[in-house]
Design a binder for this molecule. Structure first.
Ligand code: HSE
Length: 297
């Protein structure tokens, strides 16, 4: 028995919703093929050349399959063949795609015995291996699709939100930002006045998404807590953001923990102008970059 699936890239945080909001996008996506084996071993094979470990306990998809096997006391094993298109370390949910894909694929082979929340629970072990923290803001939209709110991750409580018809332009500059480092530099305490502004933005963003109110979405895409600290790690962040807004973007910011930057636009034409601008900004300072123009999935 085997299943083939596509695991989409995801943009976590959506600017103000650190660790709680995320959205799936159409492109890029990973391709995975998962087989149920008669024997108990877990086999991971990568067709891409990102040099990711294939030993199951060190592989993001591998640990998820091991957890499911252990949970069910299965005598069967799994083989996962992964063709990664989402670059690891991009901030576009590469590890979440492998983890979520493994959980969804295994579930299909086992006759869909788990709920989507349970799949999020298993996939979080992959995120823990990748970044040291079991955050679900990439996994949830990867499994549910569209935009999701992680109301709580312990216990897993996911609220699927509306998916407005917007364009997403994401640029991945080739600089390294490790999620673990990008978490380490954050302040452990925040000011009440900043918290008030932030939860106003989160509530405004969720209301804007549910009401399909693009003006409200744009006004709410502000982060006074995480972005001011993390953006220092991303060359030309402020320039990209300012120029995108001038070109008509609704708003945007760091994708996940970076280094990718994403912008939302109402019109395809705007997203294409932003794409050209992003490329030229990084060309000028000789940083290789990849730009994806996509839609909310
Ligand atoms: N919410 C996580 C963070 C996403 O910002 O650290 C990491 O991909």
């Amino acid at each position: 028995k085997k299943v083939k699936l596509q695991a989409p890239a995801t943009v976590a945080n959506l600017v103000c919703g650190f660790d709680i909001l995320g959205m799936a996008i159409h492109e890029p996506y990973d391709e995975m093929e998962i087989r149920l084996l008669e024997t108990p071993e877990i086999i991971i094979r990568h067709l891409d050349d990102f040099g990711l470990p294939e030993e199951p306990s060190k592989n993001v998809a591998g640990v998820v399959l091991l957890k499911i096997q252990e949970h069910l006391h299965l005598k069967n094993g799994f083989e996962a063949i992964i063709n990664k298109k989402i670059k690891p370390g991009s901030g576009l949910g590469s590890s979440a795609a492998s983890a979520a894909g493994a959980a969804v694929g295994a579930n299909a082979l086992l006759g869909n015995i788990f709920s989507r929340e349970e799949l999020v629970y298993f996939a979080m072990f992959g995120e823990e291996l990748a970044s040291g923290v079991k955050h679900a803001d990439n996994i949830a939209p990867c499994i549910f699709g569209g935009i999701t709110l992680v109301k709580s991750s312990h216990p897993v409580d996911i609220i699927p939100l509306n998916a407005p018809d917007l364009f997403v332009t994401a640029v991945h500059p080739q600089v390294e930002v490790k999620t673990s480092d990008a978490r380490q530099i954050l302040k452990k305490n925040i000011l009440l006045k900043d918290a008030i502004e932030q939860w106003g933005n989160i509530a405004g963003l969720v209301a804007g998404i549910q009401k399909n109110d693009v003006g409200l979405i744009g006004r709410s895409l502000n982060d006074v807590i995480v972005e001011p600290i993390r953006s220092i790690l991303i060359p030309k962040f402020n320039e990209i953001k300012e120029k995108s807004l001038k070109l008509g973007a609704l708003g945007g910011g760091i994708s996940g923990s970076g280094p990718s930057i994403f912008m939302l636009s109402e019109k395809e034409e705007t997203s294409q102008k932003i794409e050209e601008m992003m490329k030229s900004v990084y060309d000028e300072i000789v940083i290789e970059s990849f730009v994806y123009v996509s839609k909310i999935n």
